[in-house]
Design a binder for this molecule. Structure first.
Ligand code: GRG
Length: 296
């Protein structure tokens, strides 16, 4: 119950901050801003911003000051989903139980909505009101980490290898690269940047990095499992698509049993990394267990 309440409360904080920080949907050109709002408020779990706030809180930071950064993480995540669904990439019609962005707004507007969300993230991060409440050096370091995690050496790089590996024989090393970059990099950065903004010691930051890495991998492995055995109504998207597209996934390489075992191990390792931290880190612990339970 603690987890459910915590996620609900943090989600509400993120929703209100997003509404107040991005241009309204009737802002000209309204069609573009509508497309941005459509995907941004389509019912995402907000797990990256919540991890960021929880990491800041775990080290005693002022998480209100971190809200713009938390929103920037969600803007980047949303852009990646819009582009991932495009006909040139995964060509998906359904996400979060709704028609995908390009199905509703057309391909050109979906590409631009993604571009604008990515750019908007860095506008938010560099805005004077964000800087006002944070240490400028810490903010610059965190922005640099985020850009690294989102770009060709992080999420975009992972997506590129994912596409290049379709219909190739599965290889553990390639799969690890795809998972740790495509999904893992932004999750790891969500945790690390929260801790950096909250001025965590390097020692604690190293532990939270280990937590973020294990969690990012666990998140993707759970996603792979849900694509095999999840409920499409809860997921809001079709299942079985990884296999039909010849995607390199954990279940494809290791089978379901070994995949479940690996997921459990990763969550244990994530929890272990947090062991010296006090109860302010409990939400991070709850989120780690949520990786095993989540059904969407
Ligand atoms: C197109 C640059 C570019 C990158 C795309 C993240 C990504 C890279 C593609 C998404 C493909 C995918 C389904 C990956 C599996 C893990 C994942 C990121 C799932 C979606 O994230 P959630 O579950 O989504 O946090 P919600 O809907 O809750 O926001």
């Amino acid at each position: 119950m603690a987890l459910k309440d915590y996620l609900h409360r943090q989600r509400q904080r993120v929703e209100s901050a997003l509404v107040s920080l991005i241009p309204p949907e009737n802002h000209p050109p309204a069609q573009l801003h509508k497309a941005m709002h459509y995907s941004l408020f389509a019912g995402g779990k907000r797990i990256r911003p919540i991890l960021h706030l929880a990491a800041a809180e775990a080290v005693g930071g002022d998480s209100d000051a971190c809200l713009p950064f938390a929103c920037a993480l969600e803007l980047i995540h949303t852009y990646s989903l819009i582009h991932d669904d495009l006909p040139a990439m995964d060509d998906d019609d359904l996400r979060r139980g709704k028609a995908t962005n390009h199905v509703v707004f057309g391909e050109a507007m979906a590409i631009l909505a993604g571009d604008a969300l990515l750019t908007e993230a860095f506008r938010l991060l560099s805005s004077p009101s964000t800087l006002e409440r944070l240490d400028p050096r810490a903010l610059l370091r965190a922005i640099h980490e985020l850009a690294h995690a989102a770009g060709s050496q992080g999420m975009v790089g992972g997506q590129a290898l994912d596409i290049l590996s379709e219909n190739r024989p599965p290889e553990e090393e390639v799969l690890h690269f795809i998972h740790s970059h495509k999904t893992g990099a932004l999750i790891r950065a969500s945790v690390r940047t929260g801790a950096i903004l909250a001025r965590a010691s390097e020692d604690v930051l190293e532990r939270l990095t280990r937590y973020g890495e294990r969690l990012g991998l666990a998140f993707q492995i759970r996603d792979d499992l849900l694509n095999v055995e999840g409920d499409p109504r809860k997921l809001g998207k079709s299942v079985g698509t990884d296999a039909s597209k010849g995607k390199m996934t954990y279940p494809a390489l290791f089978g379901l049993e070994r995949t479940r075992t690996r997921l459990g191990q990763l969550v244990e390792e994530a929890l272990d990394a947090l062991s010296p931290l006090d109860k302010k880190a409990d939400p991070l612990r709850w989120i780690a267990s949520y990786m095993i339970e989540r059904d969407r």
